[in-house]
Design a protein around this ligand. Structure first.
Ligand code: ZN
Length: 145
């Protein structure tokens, strides 16, 4: 898989120095998602407060794409309103479905645009989306409490 080298550096940096990779002991929802085709696993704890994403912490194992993606997400969505987070999530999903035809909005996605090249590799899209699907599930659970 060949990705733009700047983008590769961002991904590797998040993989080697993951953000928020320490499960918070209190949370509104905890989810565990796996990607059997690659062997990626993510546990994600989410806390919402006053309509904001207050805290996303996680733990996981797997490939650099899956682990970097959830690290980026945990940083990016923290402090956003739930509806802003939804807009970012939708933009990322569109990017992953673009088969390499889109760059993604850097304004919305920040470091997550580094994953744009992954959309050309169908087998790896699930790796990139694993953390985002976990977050989506956690929001639904946290809101239904
Ligand atoms: Zn993977």
């Amino acid at each position: 898989m060949e990705l733009d080298s700047l983008y590769q550096d961002i991904i590797l940096d998040h993989y080697k120095h993951p953000q928020n990779k320490k499960l918070a002991t209190s949370y509104d929802a905890q989810v565990h998602h796996i990607n059997p085709s690659c062997g990626d696993e993510i546990t994600l704890n989410l806390t919402l407060k006053d309509g904001l994403v207050d805290c996303i912490t996680w733990d996981g194992v797997g490939c650099s794409i899956s682990q970097a993606s959830v690290s980026i997400l945990s940083d990016l969505l923290k402090g956003k309103t739930i509806s802003q987070a939804q807009i970012i999530q939708d933009e990322f999903l569109h990017l992953m479905q673009s088969k390499g035809s889109k760059d993604g909005s850097a304004e919305l996605l920040e470091d997550a645009v580094a994953l744009a090249g992954v959309s050309k590799y169908p087998a790896r899209i699930k790796c990139a989306l694993l953390g985002w699907m976990a977050y989506k599930d956690a929001v639904v659970q946290a809101q239904s409490k």
